[in-house]
Every structure is written in C-alpha cells, then in structure tokens.
Write a protein that binds this ligand. Structure first.
Ligand code: GTP
Length: 398
C-alpha cells in the first residue's frame, strides 16, 4: 500500500462527499434545524475545496489553489457560524469575512507573486488552528448545561484537530516538491492520514451536537406549554409531586396557588383569540417578573387557569404571594395592539398538611378559587381546612 498525497486527498474527497450526502439526507428529515443547513453548506463547500486542490496540475492554479483554499476557509467560517447559531450566539460576518478575504488574498500572493509552498502550507494549517480554537472556545464558553456533554466532546475533538494542524504547520516539505503540494513528501502525507481520522471524528461530533440538542428540545416540548413556555399540566403534576415529597421529608411547608383569569371568554369574544393568547402571555410575563420565590414551579394548568407551587412557603407567605399577584395583575392592563385590556384573576390557596398528596392540594386550591369566583372574582380565598386553621389562630383574612 502506498499512501501518497494524491491517494490520501482522494480518500478525503470520498469521505467529504459521503459526509455531505449523509448530512444532506439528515437535513431532509430534520427540516426545521437551520443549523444543519449551515453545516451542510459548509461540508459541501469544503468538499469542493478538496476536489479543486486534488485537481492540482489538471486545472489552472487560480482554481486549484486560490479558489480551492478559499472554499475551505469559507467553509470553516460557515462552520463557525453554525456552531454560534447552535449555541444561540449571534455571529456577525465582519471579522470572519475579513479573515476569509485576507486568507484568499494571501493564497493568491503566495501562488503568483512569491510562490512558496512551505509558507502556503504553514498559513493554511494556521488558519485551521485558529478556526478549531474558535469552535472549541464557543462550545466550552456558551454550551448551556443541558447540552454540555456534546459541547465538551465536540470541543475536545476540535482541540485535537487544532494540535494536529499545529504540527502540520511545522512539517518540512520535500525539497523536490517545488510548488506542488501533491509531492510534499512522507511527513506531510502522514498528517493527511491523521487529518482523515480527526475529520471523521468531527462529523460524529456534529451529529452528537444535533442529537443532544434535539433530545433537549423534545424533552422541553413535552414539559412546557407551547403558548406561554410555562410547565404544562402533566409536568407540574410530576414536578409538583416530587417537590412536595421533598418538602414533606424535610418537614418544610408547601403552599399551592391556583388562579383563573376572570371573564376571559369576554376578552376572546370582544378582541379575538389572538388577543386572548397575547393576554395569556402577558399574565405569564407578570408571573415571571413579579413573583420571585426560590424553586417556584409555575404552570399553565388548562385554558386560562394557572398553578403556582411554592416549596417552603407557609400559609401566610402563600397568601402574601397570592395577594401580590392579584394586585399586580389588576393594576397592569395588558397592552395589545394599542388597546389596554384589564385583567383580573380569582385565586385559591391551599397549604399541604402531613400526608397530603399533590392532587389533593390542587383540588383544595381549586375549590377555594371557585369560592373567589362566587364571591365576585378578583380576590384570594383559602382552602376550607386552611381557613379554619387561620380562624382558630384569630386571623380574619380568610
Ligand atoms: N385565546 C385563548 N382562549 C382560550 C385558550 N384556552 C381556553 N380559552 C378560552 O377561555 C375561555 C374560558 O371561558 P370560561 O370557562 O367561560 O371562563 P371565563 O370567561 O374566564 O369566566 P370565569 O372563569 O367564570 O370568570 C373560553 O372562551 C375558551 O375558549 C387559549 O389557549 N387561548
């Protein structure tokens, strides 16, 4: 077996074509993954670059060296853009764009003005090192905890890539090669073999990034309400049960609030369902910005009904939170399409007793909430058992 550079370039080309086809077919299934589109474009452009470089001596130098290397550096910039997008970071084209242009200019200079294969190889390797370090930096710096495993693995592969390209930058080129990379000699050929392996690892790293992101997105979608982003009904029941059990084990109190928007049907009937939806989002914003309780669980339980679980909150603290919520909602009209829509809520509060199950607590708070509706809405009521408890203690709030 003779692993010369043309053979290795051909293997790289086949691998690039295979990976590009594979990622393209994946894109047809995962249509809404815009990141995948960017990476697919990057892979095809890199493959084109390898093809043009591989056709050295068969096509003009302008195409083989300048356009070929330009395609590779542009594909690297696209890969960076995709990684930034994957991590939810905006990336402006200014610096990567300048880098690409300077690199292309340099390739042309080193081809036509002062031809120097060694220097060309050195700079080409250095640009790869810079991009690999940039990928790894982004992945380690901005990978959110939920997708950290795939980010760390990908970053490790990119760092190995960077080390490999750094070694290639200092490889000596055979004297007899002249300006032809295909004759650069055994040390450079050996780096091609390593490059094929690390390239393969990079494809798997991309797949892993996409897979972990999809799993996190799916799990989030299964737990959250699409309109408000709050927990959905089944998620609050599951998480509420666990939270209540923890509080009961530690002997801590646990209070639950249910609130239902008043006359919500009238909002829908008068302004339409879109405005109704916007009102639900407005209520969510008030909830998120106005109520700050450690480890609070907030959920849209049904249509215009919300549940708040307050682990560690006593009855009195739960009542305070409920009153604050009622007051804030009643004094913050939803401003939608230049209209000011008054929003009030009827709230029910229940505190867990020893052995109370989460579902029981929800039922008790729900009954209290219906009493608020009955009493004229825009108010707070306690569950029966809790009212009796407060009355015994001489508190008249119930
Ligand atoms: N816009 C919008 N409306 C919803 C959604 N889910 C449920 N609704 C509407 O919420 C309204 C609830 O009406 P009702 O149960 O009569 O309650 P209400 O008008 O708030 O009256 P009270 O609860 O007695 O104060 C219905 O018109 C539902 O169509 C939703 O996701 N978006």
């Amino acid at each position: 077996m003779h692993l010369d550079i043309p053979t290795l370039t051909f293997v790289s080309l086949l691998m690039g074509i295979g990976a590009s086809i594979g990622f393209t077919s994946l894109m047809t299934v995962l249509r809404n993954q815009t990141v995948l589109r960017i990476w697919v474009a990057s892979l095809w452009i890199a493959t084109l670059g390898v093809l043009l470089i591989g056709l050295r001596n068969r096509i003009p130098d302008l195409l083989s060296i300048v356009v070929g290397n330009g395609a590779i550096v542009f594909s690297n910039a696209l890969m960076l853009k995709g990684i930034a997008k994957h991590l939810g970071q905006p990336m402006r084209w200014r610096w990567p764009g300048c880098f690409v242009l300077v690199y292309i200019g340099f390739s042309a200079w080193m081809t036509y003005v002062t031809p120097d294969l060694g220097m060309r190889l050195f700079i080409a390797s250095l640009q790869a090192v810079i991009f690999d370090l940039a990928y790894a930096y982004l992945l380690l710096r901005y990978g959110e905890p939920a997708i950290r495993t795939s980010c760390r693995i990908a970053a490790a592969i990119m760092l190995i890539n960077a080390v490999f390209f750094l070694m290639r930058a200092f490889m000596s080129v055979a004297y007899s090669a002249g300006q032809d990379i295909m004759l650069a000699g055994t040390p450079v050929a050996a780096t091609y073999v390593v490059g094929i392996l690390t390239g393969l690892a990079s494809y798997f790293a991309l797949l892993q990034l996409i897979t972990e992101r999809l799993m996190v997105d799916l799990s989030r979608a299964a737990h959250t309400d699409g309109l408000t982003g709050l927990l959905n009904r089944s998620a609050i029941v599951a998480e509420g049960r666990a939270s209540l059990a923890r509080c009961q084990q530690r002997g801590q109190p646990f209070t639950l609030l249910i609130f239902d928007l008043d006359h919500f049907k009238q909002i829908n009937d008068r302004w339409g369902h879109d405005v109704g939806d916007a009102v639900l989002r407005h209520v969510t914003t008030i909830l998120r910005s106005g109520i700050d309780w450690p480890h609070m669980l907030a959920s849209r339980y049904g249509g215009e009904e919300f549940v708040l679980a307050l682990p560690g909150a006593t009855l009195e603290q739960g009542m305070e939170v409920a009153e604050k919520l009622r007051y804030t909602l009643a004094h913050s009209h939803a401003r939608i399409d230049h209209q000011s829509i008054p929003v009030t809520a009827s709230i029910g509060v229940a505190v867990a007793r020893p052995g109370t199950r989460f579902e029981q607590l929800v039922r008790q708070a729900d009954e209290a909430m219906y009493r608020t509706k009955f009493d004229g809405r825009n108010g707070v009521s306690l569950a029966m058992a809790d009212s009796a408890h407060l009355a015994e203690a001489g508190d008249t709030r119930c």
